[in-house]
Write a protein of this length. Structure first.
Length: 253
């Protein structure tokens, strides 16, 4: 039996009459990287917002370390969220804070570390992520790739058990994509963090994933190792993997 950190069971969510999730089942394995693939608008961000309790399902269960996330009391959820790092799709750095202040923020908020300890930790993280001479800069002064790395630095600052990356490589050049992929691999291997990565970047998926799950029509239609995905006979998955306009995926679905 695989060691599950998060178990999602039969998750349903609609907004008005738009059904976004229609019975999602997914297991996230400890110390591994799970990639969730899917087209724009298929509900990937909605799915991960349920994991951290930002959205409530209409039906279904989410278990984190065996604990029910959906009905968790607020104080317990707050404690749980300390074990989660989030890399939001938009980056979501605080524009009025420097890089150093951005990375220090969760440490100031959630730990009793002294100023000196925080400064040292921030330096160590920046060094690990290959970011030099940026601590005094503001987000507006950074490139897109640097912003993603700073956001990653902030997400790892509290040494969470799980990090969720929402489209970490979207909009970046191929070299920067590879740098981010390598950082995600390092996050898993050196820090032992369980990673959930949402993406539609196929190349990156095969590089970083231990397990791939494809979300389509409100469900996980295929789940398996990269090798299992390469050898799939599922037409929808094949169309997606091979970037074809023709196939069972309908644009107006
Ligand atoms: N708070 C909300 N209220 C109403 N509809 C929403 C809300 N959040 C998401 N949706 C709808 O849910 C659907 C899925 O959105 P979601 O953001 O999860 O897509 P996604 O798979 O993350 O896409 P992308 O790859 O473009 O980020 C969309 O149709 C979106 O309009
Ligand atoms: Mg999204």
């Amino acid at each position: 039996m695989e060691d599950a950190v998060i178990v999602i069971e039969d998750l349903h969510k609609s907004f008005g009459d738009v059904k976004v999730l229609d019975g999602v089942n997914l297991t996230v394995i400890r110390h591994k990287t799970t990639v969730i693939l899917g087209r724009s608008g298929c509900g990937k961000t909605v799915l991960i917002k349920h994991i951290v309790g930002l959205l409530k399902p209409d039906k279904g269960r989410i278990l984190y370390e065996g604990r029910d996330v959906v009905n968790m009391p607020t104080h317990e959820r707050k404690e749980m969220l300390k074990e989660f790092g989030m890399l939001y799709q938009s980056g979501a750095l605080f524009d009025s804070m420097t890089v150093e202040e951005n990375i220090a923020f969760p440490l100031v908020e959630h730990t009793k570390m002294t100023k000196a300890e925080i400064k040292e930790r921030v330096q160590e993280i920046l060094h690990r992520l290959g970011l030099k001479d940026v601590e005094g800069k503001y987000p507006a002064e950074l490139s897109g790739g640097m912003k993603k790395r700073v956001a990653l630095a902030r997400a790892v600052a509290l040494e969470p058990k799980v990090i969720i990356f929402d489209e970490p490589t979207t909009g970046l050049d191929p070299v920067m994509c590879d740098i981010i992929d390598n950082l995600i691999i390092k996050t898993r291997d050196e820090l032992g963090i369980t990673c959930i990565v949402i993406t539609h970047d196929i190349q990156s998926t095969f590089k970083i994933a231990d397990k791939i799950a494809m979300l389509y029509g409100g469900r996980i239609i295929e789940e398996g190792t990269p090798d299992e995905f390469r050898n799939t006979s599922n037409e929808v998955v094949l169309q997606f993997l091979h970037r074809k306009a023709e196939g069972p995926i309908k644009i107006m679905d």
